[in-house]
Design a protein around this ligand. Structure first.
Ligand SMILES: [Zn+2]
Length: 295
């Protein structure tokens, strides 16, 4: 097992080293300085040539915020054939680790939008996610629907998760945020912009929250990509069915010629002190097209 882990770590280091040769800045003037959050690249003899890998690292400048995904006005991020892998709602002690193994086997990288209370419960898993070179953003403290929250409650949800992540992760958390249920009130979007935090929506939904079947998850992603040709793909690392789907799905993405882009932040986040939300209110769902979900 130890040997396997070491091999996986070396493979990841190789993937990072290769991808870092090709960093493209997003939302930033070309002359701006590089200040990445990626794991340090190490020399390695592991060959990732026949894996999905990482085609490039996109460094996202979150100054003034930034919103990405199909529900927002178009903003340059991905070229045709490029995808970003994202996993919400973890960290989970079993399924996040299975997904990390699958990503390592393909020398590829993802972005995880962790929930504050899950981070608090499973800090070692979150540290492992970061140690393996993936990007960690946040997804509120209790996965509350911010559409039904006051501004004070929304700030508490956002900042508490960030504070826990900052305290947990040696390299800090990325100023990357995803709204639970993709429910994104304008006043909260404005707040995140002022906080220099980028919002990531989605382009392709795996619907792994609706169908807990690996083959269905695979079908949903591939048919979604057939339509869009690129995009930010949404998964959840709290489902065993998703963990089961990922190895074959990554292999299929490679077979179909898709390229994985690894998103990294240009700058560290600044924290704001808040009290931790004490209760987990029942989610309030909004009946919006594409959004009546457990996302
Ligand atoms: Zn979620």
């Amino acid at each position: 097992m130890k040997k396997l882990l070491l091999a996986a770590a070396l493979m990841l280091a190789a993937a990072t080293a290769r991808a870092e040769d090709n960093v493209v800045k997003v939302n930033a003037p070309p002359e701006s300085a590089v200040a990445g959050e990626t794991a340090p690249a190490k020399a390695s003899t592991i060959d990732c040539a026949d894996t999905l890998g990482v085609s490039r690292v996109a460094e996202v400048d979150t100054a003034g915020g930034g919103e990405y995904g199909e529900q927002y006005p178009p903003k340059p991020l991905l070229e045709k054939g490029e995808v970003v892998l994202t996993f919400d709602d973890g960290p989970h002690p079993e399924f996040t680790r299975q997904i990390l193994d699958a990503l390592a086997a393909q020398c590829t990288k993802a972005t995880f939008f962790h929930v504050g209370r899950m981070l608090k419960e499973f800090p070692d898993v979150a540290r492992q996610v970061q140690a393996e070179g993936h990007t960690v953003g946040t997804h509120t403290h209790t996965h509350r629907n911010l559409g039904g929250a006051s501004m004070g409650q929304a700030e508490q949800q956002i900042e508490s998760a960030i504070n826990i992540a900052e305290a947990t992760l040696p390299n800090g958390v990325a100023p990357f945020f995803r709204f639970p249920y993709l429910s994104d009130p304008q006043r909260v979007r404005d707040y995140l912009a002022k906080r220099n935090i980028a919002v990531f929506g989605i382009d392709v939904d795996s619907f792994d929250w609706r169908w807990r079947k690996p083959e269905k998850v695979m079908h949903n992603v591939l048919s979604g990509l057939d339509k869009t040709g690129r995009g930010i793909i949404l998964f959840h690392d709290i489902h065993g069915s998703t963990a089961k789907a990922i190895p074959a799905l990554l292999a299929e993405l490679k077979a179909r010629g898709y390229k994985v882009v690894h998103l990294v932040p240009k700058s560290r986040i600044e924290t704001v002190a808040v009290a931790e939300p004490t209760a987990a209110p029942a989610p309030r769902r909004r009946a919006r097209r594409h959004r009546r979900s457990k996302r």
